[in-house]
Design a protein around this ligand. Sequence first.
Ligand code: M6R
Length: 615
Amino acid sequence: MCGIVGYIGYREAYPIIIKGLKRLEYRGYDSAGVMLYDGESIKLSKTKGKVSDLEEKAQKEITTNGTIGIGHTRWATHGVPNDVNSHPHVSNSGDLVIIHNGIIENYAPLKVELIKRGYSFSSDTDSEVLINLIEEVQKKENLKLGKAVQVALNQVVGAYAIAVFDKKNPNEIVAARLGSPLAIGIGEGEYFIASDASPFIEYTSNAVYLEDGEMANIRLHRPMKVRKIKDDSIVDPYIQELQMNLEQIEKGGYDHFMLKEIYEQPSVIKDTYRGRLHANEGIIQMAGVEDNLEKFLNAERIIIVACGTSWHAGLVAEYVIEEFARIPVEVEYASEFRYRNPIINSKDVVIAISQSGETADTMAAIKLAKEHGAFVFGVCNVVGSSISRESHAGAYTHAGPEIGVASTKAFTTQITVLTMIALRLAKAKGTLTHSEFHMYLQELEIIPEKVKEALETNDKTKEIAGVFKDSPNCLYLGRGYNFPVALEGALKLKEISYIHAEGYPAAEMKHGPIALIDELMPVIVIAPKQGHYDKIVSNIQEIKSRSGKIIAVVTKGDTQVRELADYVIEIPETSDALSPLITTIPLQLLSYHIAVMRGCNVDQPRNLAKSVTVE
Ligand code: M6R
């Protein structure tokens, strides 16, 4: 959580930082701040609220120019979102300034110690403790900034991506990371520091992603020096050529990133299977799977760890891997898995699913699995992310940057990757017949066209959104492959419209939730023709006889459900196993329209952040 940006070079730093912070707002947006060094003094502006609020305030507070600066957009951990707790934080002497993404877990005893030594604190943050610890180390041992940062970081427990500036030596920024991402853009005579590469994509395509436990001395007109924080050993940084482009991180004419990302799904699903799926030849090829096929085939079980939407994709994968490849699958919330002393052994394959590749709980679950000797396969979207690096092997989803906090294209591309894995394993094990295997390949190849068709439900979902936008509650029901879709539909509605929603397996309804149903309760039922159609029709009848309002997602041409439902949304037909890729589309659109009609901030829902890098 939190986004950080820094610049040191020859351009005006302020606009680069502000624009960069706006691109990183998906990481947190409850307060923001900027520091600029104008050649003589430090100029600081920070405020509760969004980067646009900061811009307004900074216009009055920062009136000079400078070519060095740092900025921060915050998702509060320690201390409520207010002006004082906003970053950057300044040390007691006024010389050192820090921006920090992460948590210093042992900040309390460090703070007590610093207070004893005469330091005072104006904020409630752990970050203000860290900058004063750096100052204390610097003074006591008469160290240069880089060394002082290193010594201080060796005393802290926790996670961080930081950038530190020292007024006494203003041609340098020191950056370091442990557990939170940090990219350094390398231009001609300039450097950029950011939580991801989006703030500097138009200036350079060369970037170094610091590894955990590394720090960098970034000096003007000098090559950057990277070293290990722990033992001071020098690291030869790997300069990566970025594949991201500007268009991918802009709204491209859509009102919101979420809507743009919903509409991108036909093309990004194609990107996901491009070069991997060859339907006519009957081939599925994924390097990470091919290279480790034996591990998958010898696995006694597959354990999937993930959070949120990625966990829902994991549930779909459980159904599809078990059905296609007949390998037992367990799906775990990463946050539970890591703390419940799970039984893991070297015959387990652990699949970690994460859009951002930075989710702290998923990362910790991977580490635990590795400690027990399991083989870890990462399914991530963000190239070079921590989880992709920590995994033994993996497959990227190639969805492109997902900026809306609510995951949409991440979900469908994760399902695409996981379905391809299931098919590849099924082929190797012979658990699908030749014709079944070919049918699924052909069907997967034309899924983007069907997703495109499903997007045509936009007007219908908007009309339904208008009817139900003020409902306080909503129930989502699905069976089989579409039970996880019901969970995902409910999560989408909750997170962006703040309507209470629950997803349930349709048959479980009569074991409790049916008591909630009355004429005011909208019930969204996912009822495609394939799958347990007759059973779900019975469930719909049960809702109808209790006067619930039924919104049914049905296969085109359906007549039976149409007779029972108050509203129907028609989607194209596909096989049961691939149906989540289609049924989820109208649910994404429905939550989007409801949120817009309720005046909610669709791309930046309250209390949330895109990547949850704290546990
Ligand atoms: O980046 P990750 O996939 O690991 O993120 C996990 C969840 O935080 C995430 O899926 C979250 O639930 C969604 N943004 C909700 O739409």
